[in-house]
Design a protein around this ligand. Structure first.
Ligand SMILES: [Zn+2]
Length: 389
């Protein structure tokens, strides 16, 4: 099997891939911004370019290093979400078998456009990690996106304590546990490498304000991470820029329901839903193959699909209580993990995961494992697999 570096013929591409960087001293923190992972979401790139220009022009000193990494270069050129496959759904297999079967054949010929892009991004990530000593606490990775519906800004995170601590500084809604519903994201890949990673969704694709919010997020992240000094007035201005202002609490939300879509051509969201709009159980939401789809639960609609591309129709989310969050933070640091194996229906797979027979362990299985920081996936009708995050 070839090394990934050899699969990418010219190293020029890697240089282009890293769109901008500014290096601080060794042992200082490192922040990496990904932008344009979806080619029809250029707002993040425009924001990154804007900040880079200001930092260069005003010769702003940073206490740390910053990198901006371009996402789907080909798709960005064409203004489409992706060419062959979604670049933000293909990172799962990297965790187990870095190159997968498909990559092992001769050279580049068998690579799809996004496989090639993802390998180049991976090389960029590795080069950044190597350059700065790979220490987990030093790095923050973020991924800048926009949505097809109108939306306030929000943060997506895999529910680890380190991610929570980072994300909660921003006055926007925070959605936990996205990785259980949407698989193979770049954020999950980075989390699995052991580094903090959060996603920032700035608003609608075409909304000018999405660029402004992405920019504010950029400055605030550097500020919260103590890499830059900002006057209090500026901090307030940036925080106000990303705050929802539509009565949507900037608390934590979890996902109640996810509607996957096989053929986006045959899926039609009912018009008028904005991200985070409250919905009632049984409320009509969409049509798929001319069948009406109703909400299986009350909550808030999340990421309704208003474009004819993508595999996620909509999600339903609801607020998580502060008590639950604190309890889970406490328990995750405790010895309670070691008791899980004694629960009825629970068997140990390895030191990171359990298998649960839901015919035996009927009640609150998901809740208990979530509380303790596990990712819960359905293996089949009767079985759950719970991985430690
Ligand atoms: Zn996106």
């Amino acid at each position: 099997m070839q090394k990934i570096e050899q699969l990418i013929s010219d190293s020029e591409e890697t240089v282009q891939r890293i769109r901008w960087s500014k290096k601080g001293k060794p042992a200082e923190p490192v922040v990496v911004f990904f932008a344009g992972i979806h080619g029809n979401e250029p707002a993040g790139l425009q924001a990154v370019d804007r900040v880079a220009k200001i930092i260069e022009r005003e010769e702003i000193e940073l206490k740390g290093s910053v990198y901006a990494v371009t996402g789907n270069i080909e798709a960005l050129r064409m203004g489409v979400r992706f060419l062959d496959t979604d670049l933000n759904r293909m990172w799962e297999s990297f965790g187990m078998n870095p190159l997968g079967g498909e990559y092992s054949s001769n050279g580049n010929h068998s690579l799809s456009s996004e496989q090639r892009e993802s390998l180049e991004i991976r090389v960029a990530i590795e080069s950044i990690l190597n350059e700065h000593g790979r220490k987990r606490s030093d790095f923050i990775f973020t991924d800048l996106h926009t949505t097809s519906s109108q939306s306030c800004a929000f943060i997506l995170l895999n529910d680890t304590l380190a991610n929570r601590e980072l994300a909660r500084k921003f006055p926007v809604p925070q959605i936990l546990g996205i990785e259980e519903n949407i698989h193979g994201t770049l954020l999950s890949y980075i989390n699995n490498l052991g580094y903090k990673a959060i996603g920032f969704e700035a608003g609608a694709h075409t909304d000018e304000a999405s660029i402004d919010r992405s920019e504010a997020f950029f400055w605030l992240l550097l500020y919260y991470n103590r890499m830059i000094d900002l006057p209090g007035q500026k901090v307030t201005e940036y925080e106000n820029r990303i705050r929802s202002g539509q009565g949507i609490p900037d608390s934590y939300y979890e996902i109640l329901y996810h509607k996957p879509v096989e053929n986006p051509e045959k899926f039609q969201m009912i018009t008028g839903f904005q991200n985070f709009d409250p919905i009632e159980k049984d409320e009509p939401l969409a049509y798929e193959y001319d069948q009406l789809l109703r909400a299986p639960a009350s909550g808030r609609i999340f990421m309704p699909l208003y474009q004819k591309v993508g595999q996620d129709g909509y999600l339903i989310i609801h607020e998580v209580s502060a008590f639950w969050l604190e309890l889970s933070a406490y328990l995750r640091r405790s010895f309670v993990h070691s008791l899980l194996r004694f629960m009825p229906g629970v068997s140990v797979v390895d030191d990171q995961s359990y298998q649960v027979d839901i015919n035996v362990a009927r009640f609150f299985v998901k809740e208990i494992f979530h509380l303790l920081g596990y990712r819960v996936l359905k293996k089949d009708q009767n079985t759950l697999i719970c991985y430690k995050r």
